[in-house]
Design a protein around this ligand. Structure first.
Ligand SMILES: [Mg+2]
Length: 206
């Protein structure tokens, strides 16, 4: 079995980080909810779209090392690896931010993977199984090419995009319950739920 993972907001959570950086730069009030969307909405409503765009470049480019994995995702990867499951990360990211300094966003993300997704000194996912594609179309093509049995993403529009392979199970990671269930997408609210789903499958096949 091969499982594919999206990266941003699926494996790695930026919520506390966006809040912390925005407060540090005095862009938002301290009392704002500690989430990326709350920071975005606050800046948009105060007509600071460019500030929001530049903040994203800074967080993804210069501060990604401070982002944290979602609870349970590393334990799940460890279990999957020990169960002989092959794992791949497929993400889409521009190389540089749209505004502000030219941070290398791919390098920042790879560096996070090599530090955070480890078990002692071993990579939980081999570096050559980590793909950062430049466009969403390239991401879908990569998912099709590597023939994942399942792909986990936080955005339904990715899982429902035309060209998404028929034989790949579409798993939506939706920890804030932003979406309903429907169609051929299965919704999960946590990595613990995803783990329970696979544990049942692995038991049935052992
Ligand atoms: Mg994502």
């Amino acid at each position: 079995m091969r499982i594919g993972f999206d990266f941003d907001n699926t494996i790695v959570s930026y919520d506390p980080l966006f809040y912390n950086v925005a407060v540090e730069q005095s862009l938002v009030p301290v009392g704002l909810p500690k989430s990326k969307l709350a920071v975005r909405d606050y800046l948009r409503q105060s007509d600071h779209e460019n500030v929001w765009t530049e903040l994203q470049g800074y967080v993804y480019g210069a501060r990604t090392n401070e982002a944290t994995a979602y609870p349970g995702v590393i334990d799940f990867m460890r279990l999957a690896r020990d169960s002989g499951i092959s794992m791949v990360i497929v993400s889409h990211k521009t190389r540089h931010p749209f505004l502000g300094p030219e941070y290398d966003l791919h390098e920042a993300a790879r560096s996070w993977v090599s530090i955070a997704l480890t078990d002692g000194t071993d990579h939980l996912i081999e570096p050559k199984q980590v793909f950062f594609e430049l466009t969403v179309e390239d991401k879908i093509a990569r998912i099709a090419e590597i023939q994942c049995d399942y792909f986990i993403d936080d955005l339904p529009e990715i899982l429902l995009m035309s060209g998404f392979p028929e034989n790949t199970g579409r798993m939506l990671f939706d920890p804030e319950a932003r979406y309903g269930t429907g169609g051929n997408v299965t919704r999960f609210g946590s990595w613990q739920e995803i783990r329970a789903f696979f544990e049942l499958k692995w038991k049935a096949h052992s």
